[in-house]
Design a protein around this ligand. Structure first.
Ligand code: F0G
Length: 467
């Protein structure tokens, strides 16, 4: 026996939550009938439900995580000076330590960082290539009359195709785009890690390096939308050759070293309930961004955040990179994916870092696109299980600028997992609910819209079940 105990180690397969729970928020239980009533009162739109009426809320992983005792302790010890707060300097140091960028500009959340960056760089008619732009990124580019162009690899658009890095950029398409559009009409190249709108799929280190080299060979800057950089680092560690022995933080540092800057929502891998930042190396651009920041967010040492928010992020960024946490997070989502896939539920494969995406069109062939399969599935999930996901499909994307209707390319229900909030028994419950719904999927009615706003209709639309 090589160890100095009388025992053989037990090979334990269960991955436990790497935390103890010392502060709890009760879940209020309700019945299927209660939920059917609540949904009707909400106009069959889960965005209009009261969150108290939801048992397991998977609407988003953004700003919904649980903070650690270390984060709360730092928040109490924060400093609220308007200018030059030590909380800012701790935040700046943490972000610089991980990203290596020279200028760190706090913002109240990710989209504020995007707005400031694009307003300072994108001219009308310019094109910003990325693997897939998130909605707020796209909308902020379009507000500057630029074009947000998605160039993800073909596998990234196929729900059932298995590929370890479905978020990768199509490098040939990027080169062709740069040649066709011209470098004077491209302010910079972007990559979203992980690729949220494409199923939460990661981008490989090799692809990030290659995108960086390609952009730089044309003299173009390269920016990351880094919201889920820690999850992306974990996928690189576990899926990319030669990376297995590296710490996620070292992988993250290498990833950022290839970029000239980033936008970040600290509501994801910042482990905070609010916050974000913009970071870059270019002095002149940083100056212009700070000028705009003062106008829209606040003084550059708080940028729309309280001192205590800066403290929470300064610690959260490191906690998001802890291997035990990342192993638990990615594994618990994959565990649910395996259980429901074995039972026949069609999902985007493989499962992503923060969410599972159910392919509602494949699951509910009896509901035509015009009656919104994913929206309908999400409503059934709420009534039958008290679970709230989000439709990423034709209600969200189907309305065209001229008011006409076109089905979205994919009609999905996203189940996004708040960080450190739900346990394995919650996940087992979810699997039972999903398999129970699958068994009676033919009963799920379609929906039609009875009222809608002119833009971003999914947030406020009212619907009714079709007969
Ligand atoms: N980029 C990505 C990839 C995102 O997923 C989000 C937010 C943002 C930018 C914007 O950040 O919300 O702090 O302004 N995604 C959330 C979601 C809303 O549910 O996926 P924000």
């Amino acid at each position: 026996m090589s160890n100095n105990t009388p025992y053989e180690p037990i090979h334990i397969r269960t991955i436990i939550e790497p935390f103890r729970i010392r502060s709890v928020e009760p879940i209020l239980f309700n019945t299927m009938e209660d939920r059917a009533q609540a949904l009707a009162a909400a106009g069959y739109n889960p965005f209009l439900l009261h969150a108290d009426d939801v048992l397991i809320d998977l609407l988003t992983d953004s700003g919904t995580g649980a903070m650690s005792s270390q984060q709360w302790a730092a928040m109490i010890a924060s400093n609220e000076a308007y200018a030059g707060s030590p909380s800012f300097y701790r935040f700046e140091q943490a972000v610089q330590d991980i990203t290596g960028f020279k200028h760190i500009i706090p913002t109240h959340q990710g989209r504020a960082a995007e707005h400031i960056l694009f307003s300072s760089t994108v001219q009308p008619g310019q094109v910003v290539p990325s693997n897939t732009h998130f909605d707020t990124t796209r909308a902020n580019i379009e507000t500057c009359q630029g074009e947000a162009r998605d160039l993800v690899i073909p596998e990234g658009r196929q729900p059932q195709t298995i590929h370890p890095f479905k978020g990768n950029m199509d490098l040939d398409a990027l080169r062709e785009t740069i040649e066709a559009v011209g470098t004077d009409r491209i302010p910079f190249v972007m990559l979203t890690i992980t690729n949220n709108s494409g199923g939460g799929q990661p981008v490989s280190l090799a692809n990030i390096r290659a995108v960086s080299e390609l952009a730089h060979s044309y003299g173009l800057p390269f920016f990351l939308d880094a919201c889920r950089f820690a999850e992306n680092s974990w996928f690189i560690k576990t899926r990319e050759a030669g990376q297995a022995d590296r710490a996620p933080i070292d992988i993250a540092r290498e990833v950022f070293s290839y970029a000239d800057g980033c936008t970040m929502s600290a509501k994801k891998d910042g482990m905070a309930n609010i916050g974000g930042f913009l970071a870059m190396n270019d002095d002149d651009l940083a100056q212009r961004c700070r000028n705009l920041l003062i106008l829209t967010e606040g003084f550059p040492t708080y940028g729309g955040l309280a001192g205590y928010d800066l403290e929470a992020i300064a610690r959260g960024l490191y906690e998001a990179l802890e291997p035990d946490y990342l192993r638990y997070r990615v594994r618990s989502i994959a565990y649910l994916a395996e259980k429901i896939t074995a039972g026949g539920v069609p999902i985007v494969q493989p499962s992503g870092g923060h969410a599972i995406y159910i392919d509602a069109r494949a699951m509910l062939p009896h509901i035509p696109d015009a009656h919104y399969p994913a929206w309908s599935l999400n409503n059934a999930l709420y009534v039958l299980g008290g679970v709230r996901g989000v439709e990423v499909g034709s209600v969200m994307f189907g309305m065209q600028p001229d008011g006409s209707e076109r089905p979205a390319p994919l009609d999905l229900v996203r189940l996004a997992f708040p960080r450190r909030v739900y346990t394995q028994s919650h996940v087992d419950y979810l699997a039972e609910v999903l398999l129970g719904i699958y068994a009676q999927r033919e009963r799920i009615p379609g929906h039609r819209i009875t009222w809608q706003a002119a833009a971003l209709r999914h947030f406020t639309a009212r619907l009714e079940p079709t007969p």
